[in-house]
Design a protein around this ligand. Structure first.
Ligand code: NA7
Length: 317
């Protein structure tokens, strides 16, 4: 469709524009790498794997998104099972729990490609129970599993500056060394216990979600009390609250440009998952709950696929 064609052109333009941070010392593993999911995060990660000399086979539900990566030297798999079969280590980074379940347990899914020694790394942010179910299914077939959500959004993914959180099989974590070097600025192994990396990711995104919701509410209030929002953004940018998130998100609110760096629906998913986790351990989460409602409202207003900063629309509505 024309929509898809323009998505592909957009990918190409973005990839040409962004320069990754130079990392001359990477020695790519000779292992064959598979990558499932070419969303905002997957696109940046795959580009950096290719740039650093890794052999990568890609698959995406919407196949057209593979085109620019094949032009840049990737192989294309026909389905997840085929990618897993033809590669040594397969990474996946897709939207949510439903997507992961489809990908892993579905027809021609990951599980059908797993045999003894095949390695699978799940980078999506999902609930830890599903993560554990996936781990069990993979290992029951002789596969090796690592849970590895990443912290960072579109630009850090494109620049190879993500933070990689990992838990599961230590040997596989070590084997991913050159891949993690290519896509990230830091990686952290949190132990063999599947779920630890997801919990860390949810904690970090709880901070992100509450900070951006608070900023949106303050900007909306500023306008109501007769302040110039540009002045507010300037004061914030020179004070102790000056950080990339506050600076970039206040600029997005000022310019009313909400092109997705971190899709709002994913932030709301992460808050929802954090609230479930809080429920399990009886931790009251007043602030995160309130923020979650604001993101929910923004989704209802149609901003699910916009950037997280579009939560301003819910706050000012
Ligand atoms: P995006 O840009 O929203 O991309 C989502 C990706 O997930 C994209 O490749 C989708 O394929 C894919 N997807 C969604 N549903 C499915 C199903 N049912 N089956 C297979 N593939 C699916 O997300 P991000 O890249 O920003 O984030 C990815 C994860 O990292 C997420 O968990 C974040 O919280 C962190 P499509 O192109 O639509 O066919």
């Amino acid at each position: 469709s024309p929509g898809n064609a323009s998505a592909s052109t957009q990918i190409e333009e973005t990839l040409l524009k962004v320069k990754p941070v130079a990392k001359p010392s990477i020695i790519p593993t000779p292992m064959r790498i598979g990558f499932l999911g070419l969303g905002i995060m997957g696109q940046g990660m795959v580009m950096n794997l290719l740039r650093s000399g890794h052999e990568v086979t890609v698959w995406n539900r919407t196949a057209l998104k593979c085109r620019d990566f094949v032009k840049s030297g990737a192989f294309k798999g026909n389905n997840p099972a085929e990618v897993v079969q033809s590669c040594d280590i397969t990474f996946s980074c897709v939207a949510d729990t439903t997507a992961v379940k489809d990908l892993v347990f579905g027809n021609y899914g990951v599980l059908q490609g797993i045999s003894k020694g095949k390695c699978y790394v799940e980078m999506s942010t999902i609930d830890e129970e599903t993560m554990q179910d996936v781990a069990e299914a993979i290992t029951a077939r002789g596969g090796v599993f690592l849970e590895s959500p990443v912290v960072g959004s579109r630009v850090p993914a494109l620049e190879g500056q993500l933070i990689i959180l990992a838990a599961g099989e230590r040997k596989l974590y070590d084997e991913c060394y050159s891949c993690f070097e290519a896509i990230g600025k830091k990686s952290l192994y949190l132990g063999a216990d599947i779920g630890a990396a997801t919990r860390m990711k949810l904690i970090v995104n709880m901070v992100m979600g509450t900070v951006v919701a608070g900023l949106a509410e303050a900007m909306a209030m500023a306008e109501k009390v007769g302040l110039d929002q540009e002045d507010v953004a300037e004061v914030l940018s020179v004070g102790a609250l000056s950080c990339p998130t506050v600076i970039h998100k206040s600029q997005a609110i000022l310019s009313q440009r909400y092109d997705p760096h971190f899709p709002l629906q994913h932030q709301q998913k992460d808050l929802r998952l954090a609230l479930l986790l809080g429920d399990k351990v009886e931790q009251p989460l007043y602030v995160a709950s309130a923020a979650n409602e604001l993101y929910k409202k923004a989704r209802r207003l149609g901003y699910g696929e916009s950037d997280i900063s579009a939560v301003y629309r819910a706050a000012s509505n």
